[in-house]
Design a protein. Structure first.
Length: 177
C-alpha cells in the first residue's frame, strides 16, 4: 500500500494519508504526490469534489522530519527547513489555490502542526468527536512561516499553541462520530 492513496468514486476524489503507524506524518514523497493529485484533479472533469482523510486514528501529525532526510546526521537547520517547505509542502498549498473544486478535510483524529495547516486549507472540515488539533510553537529561527499562511482558503480561527479540546468557532464545519 502506498503512503498516499488516491481514488475517484461517484465524482468524489479521496486522498488517504496512509501511514497510520506514524500518525500519517508526511514525507517528501507524500507531499509531492499530494500536489500532483490536486493538479490532476483540477483537469479531471469526472472529479467534482475532493475529500482528504487519514488512515487509522489520525488525520496528520505534520512532517516526519526523520523521514524527510534519513541520511542527514543532524537535525535540519532553518535554511533546509525553508527549502523543504518551498520546494515541497507549499506546492500543496499552491495546488489547492488553483483548484476550482471543493476540498473537504475529514479529520478523524489528531491534526498537529502542518497537519492542522493542511486541514485548515480545505474549504470545509468535518471533525470526528475524537479529533484533536494543535499548533506547534517553535522558536522563529527553527521553522519558517506556517503552511496555512500560504493559502487564502485557511481561516485564522486556530492559533492555540497547545492541544485544543474545544474547537474555536469556525474551525470545524461539522462534527461527526
Amino acid at each position: 500500500m502506498a503512503d498516499l492513496e488516491y481514488k475517484v468514486e461517484n465524482g468524489v476524489g479521496t486522498i488517504l494519508l496512509n501511514r497510520p503507524e506514524k500518525k500519517n506524518a508526511f514525507t517528501v514523497e507524500m507531499v509531492d504526490r499530494w500536489a500532483e493529485v490536486l493538479v490532476g484533479a483540477r483537469a479531471d472533469d469526472s472529479v467534482g469534489a475532493i475529500v482528504v482523510t487519514g488512515a487509522g486514528d489520525a488525520f496528520c501529525a505534520g512532517g516526519d522530519f526523520g523521514g524527510l532526510s534519513p541520511e542527514a546526521e543532524e537535525e535540519p537547520g532553518p535554511y533546509e527547513r525553508k527549502a523543504f517547505l518551498t520546494d515541497h509542502v507549499h506546492r500543496v498549498a499552491y495546488a489547492l489555490e488553483d483548484l476550482d473544486k471543493p476540498v473537504i478535510a475529514a479529520v478523524n483524529g489528531v491534526a498537529v502542526g502542518a497537519g492542522l495547516d493542511f486541514a485548515l486549507m480545505c474549504d470545509m472540515r468535518f471533525m470526528a468527536r475524537s479529533a484533536r488539533v494543535s499548533r506547534i510553537r517553535r522558536p522563529l529561527e527553527k521553522v519558517p512561516r506556517g503552511t496555512a499562511a500560504r493559502s487564502r482558503r485557511a481561516p485564522s480561527a486556530c492559533d492555540a499553541g497547545g492541544p485544543v479540546t474545544e474547537l474555536p468557532a469556525g474551525l470545524g464545519s461539522r462534527t461527526y462520530g
